[in-house]
Design a protein around this ligand. Structure first.
Ligand SMILES: C[S@@+](CC[C@H](N)C(=O)[O-])C[C@H]1O[C@@H](n2cnc3c(N)ncnc32)[C@H](O)[C@@H]1O
Length: 288
């Protein structure tokens, strides 16, 4: 594979964009900024608030808050992985702005902060990478002050368009076998990417103690021109540094040779056509 991802910061800065054209990359960056601004606006941050960006990665949420509120709020950049903490710390040094920011290397299922100590928690696309989400959600409840808010954005991948839905079955040998395999790994309760939807998240929030809030689900249908390179990247791209690509997932069911033949037939069936792909996301604001 041409771009082996070693860690989260590399994945966030390079790998996730590697199959995109410059135009798609710019659209994705604009979309990320829009998501960030929406979450910040909904959180209703007040002067003096203590804010934590949990699973900060390269600091999308934390730097968004800093840009808007400077040193009027306290911002904690927190992530399980050292490379993310270092990336945010180095970036903050380069920014050379007044700030009241700190860094905390911590698993979000065991946050090294006291009870009732934070006003606003942001988590963008983090729960989707954690198999057992309940401990993390309960930890957020524990560290929030009464009246504080948990502001979440997650992709709901389980109800996205599946690969087999895009293609004419008659063009693929053993189509039913591949469909069955895809349906199997897309409903695997041990796969963090697909073992939840908005309803299961709400149940976990309630189990943690959250009683109030709002849940907004959005479905987007995007049209893509699918050329060979783009389709091949769908199969090769990894959703995170540690998770399997689609090709690797199919290889849990079939020998590589058979998967390669499937991918080739899939490319031939779809290339140079316009495809419509449905993706789902959820935005939650839960109040303690
Ligand atoms: C898709 S990235 C999102 C990064 C950032 N929130 C953003 O919006 O760009 C997922 C992040 O979750 C972090 N992460 C994964 N598992 C974690 C855990 N158990 N505790 C804390 N952070 C975790 C990863 O290190 C990574 O930075």
């Amino acid at each position: 594979m041409e771009n082996i991802c070693k860690n989260w910061t590399q994945w966030l800065k390079e790998t996730r964009f590697s199959y995109m054209t410059e135009e798609q990359k710019s659209q994705t960056l604009n979309w990320l900024i829009a998501v960030r601004d929406l979450l910040i606006q909904r959180a209703d941050i007040q002067k003096g608030d203590k804010v934590i960006d949990l699973g900060c990665g390269t600091g999308l949420m934390g730097f968004g808050v800093l840009e808007k509120f400077k040193d009027e709020v306290e911002v904690i950049f927190s992530d399980k992985f050292e490379d993310c903490i270092k990336e945010c710390s180095d970036f903050l040094d380069k920014l050379n702005v007044v700030h009241n920011a700190s860094f905390l290397q911590s698993d979000c299922a065991d946050i090294k902060l006291p009870n009732d100590s934070v006003d606003k928690v942001f988590m963008r696309s983090v729960l989707v990478h954690i198999v057992d989400k309940q401990p993390a959600i309960s930890e957020v409840y524990r560290i929030l002050k009464k009246g504080g808010s948990f502001n979440v954005f997650e992709p709901v991948i389980a109800s996205n368009t599946r690969y087999h839905e895009l293609v004419d079955p008659s063009k693929i040998d053993d189509f039913e076998e591949f469909k069955k395999a895809e349906d199997d790994f897309m409903t695997d309760s041990n796969n963090s990417l697909v073992n939840f939807d908005q309803n299961t998240l709400v149940q976990m929030l309630e189990a943690a103690g959250f009683e109030d809030g709002s849940v907004d689900v959005d479905t987007t249908v995007s049209k893509y021109f699918a050329d060979r390179k783009t389709i091949e990247k769908w199969f090769e791209g990894k959703p995170s540094p540690s998770e399997k690509s689609m090709k690797e997932r199919f290889m849990d069911y079939f020998p590589e040779e058979k998967v390669n033949k499937f991918i080739e037939q899939y490319v031939l069936a779809l290339q140079n056509t316009e495809v419509e792909i449905k993706t789902n996301t959820v935005v939650i604001k839960a109040i303690k």
